[in-house]
Ligand binder design. Structure first.
Ligand SMILES: NC(=O)c1ccc[n+]([C@@H]2O[C@H](COP(=O)([O-])OP(=O)(O)OC[C@H]3O[C@@H](n4cnc5c(N)ncnc54)[C@H](OP(=O)(O)O)[C@@H]3O)[C@@H](O)[C@H]2O)c1
Length: 369
């Protein structure tokens, strides 16, 4: 089927999966984008179908009626925020139906699934964007611009920590490695360093830690090391069993850029740029990252532009996450085939919509419970 054409009006979205991120972040920001609106929700929870449909004026469908929803003509695009292992099964039919897809990260749970999603997008011409909200966030783009401009000299190393406490009842705790801390949280430092260095890694090693009393059937804390073709090294540690922390630093021959917070939403990012002992404070406004991301994607649909964080960007991260899984299983360093990413974030793609207060959530909770 051909991609849905939208011109002269707002892009109409269906939300697929009414969990934490849909209710707390995506749905509240749509109204202020100016070029997008919500018209439907696909949910398995009758209470959400009722309450969210009433709050936002939506038509509700159950998952069993997904094909009917896709054929209804009620929406042009879906925002897909299901557990990672369900992304492929809901993205492919939407793309095949010509429906544009804004797909939560991580893109899927294998390279093969990413390839299936990308093939479906190519076949219909429907737009696909992986929801890398930080690609539109002012601090992230400023860091990329400063590194590209040589403000820290030649970058040599990257280190990051990203941790949170995840409740045993959350879907993240119950679906193995691919819902665990490496795909869920590691995607952020991984995506950051690939775009800060502007290259794709060629070697991956990893160590995991599984406490005897852990509620997780996977490593709750994992440290990953990457080697890039230039010889640069990157290291990040992610955890489901620490207090909240999110930070990275990228250090070069002439300076050091440190961001903390670096990956979260609902707050402004900030940090320090140090050169020759001189410190410059970096502070960025708190913006509605989700509204900005939606506005960017709708612009791409309305003006027939290819989104920057496309299916290739999603796949670039997933092939590394697969290598981490192999490294953890074997205890051996994994080699990755050299790869060139065709696009990188453009510092001009920043968005600065104001934060929006979300309404109370219905049957949803943050990962910590
Ligand atoms: N970009 C970001 O900053 C960000 C932040 C958090 C999460 N995410 C991504 O968004 C996706 C959803 O994460 P979340 O935190 O919103 O998760 P969540 O709160 O657990 O929500 C997931 C929703 O998926 C639906 N669902 C359908 N089948 C399910 C099943 N078998 N098990 C659990 N849920 C099921 C449920 O919605 P219904 O009750 O409506 O059916 C559930 O509420 C993940 O891919 C995650 O990586 C992105």
């Amino acid at each position: 089927m051909q991609a849905r054409r939208v011109s002269g009006r707002k892009v109409r979205y269906a939300v697929v999966g009414g969990g934490w991120i849909s209710q707390a972040a995506f749905m509240p920001g749509v109204d202020q984008t100016g070029n997008s609106e919500m018209t439907a929700i696909v949910t398995g929870d009758p209470a959400k179908a009722d309450a969210l449909a009433r709050t936002y004026g939506l038509t509700a469908f159950g998952y069993d009626r997904y094909p009917e929803a896709l054929a209804s003509g009620l929406f042009d695009a879906v925002y897909l925020a299901l557990p990672n292992g369900m992304h492929r099964d809901y993205a492919v039919p939407a793309l095949e139906a010509g429906c544009h897809v804004l797909l939560e990260k991580p893109m899927a749970v294998s390279v093969a699934e990413c390839e299936a999603i990308n093939a479906a997008a190519k076949a219909s011409g429907a737009k696909l964007m992986v929801a890398y909200r930080l690609h539109f966030e002012p601090g992230t783009l400023d860091a990329i611009a400063r590194i590209r401009a040589g403000e820290i000299g030649e970058p040599r190393m990257f280190t990051a920590t990203f941790g949170q406490a995840v409740a045993a009842g959350n879907h993240r705790a119950q679906q193995g490695y691919w819902a665990g801390p490496v795909p869920d949280m590691g995607t952020y430092p991984l995506n950051a360093v690939r775009n800060l260095f502007g290259e794709e890694p060629v070697e991956v090693s990893a160590l995991g830690s599984r406490r005897p009393d852990s509620p997780f059937a996977f490593d709750g804390t994992v440290a990953v090391t990457l080697r890039f073709p230039s010889g640069r090294l990157a290291q990040f540690t992610v955890s489901y069993e620490t207090d909240a922390v999110d930070a990275y630093r990228v250090t070069g021959t002439k300076g050091d850029l440190h961001l903390q917070p670096a990956f979260l939403f609902g707050m402004g990012l900030g940090g320090t740029l140090t050169r020759g002992g001189e410190k410059e404070r970096l502070a960025y406004p708190s913006v509605d990252q989700f509204g900005g991301q939606t506005r960017y994607f709708s612009d791409c649909i309305l003006h027939d532009r290819a989104p920057e964080p496309d299916g290739e960007e999603g796949l670039c991260d997933i092939r590394i996450l697969e290598a981490v899984e192999r490294a953890l299983a074997t205890g051996r360093t994994q080699t990755l085939a050299p790869m060139t990413r065709s696009r990188r974030p453009d510092p001009a793609q920043g968005m600065a919509l104001p934060e929006v207060e979300p309404p109370p959530m219905v049957n949803a909770a943050q990962p910590g419970g």
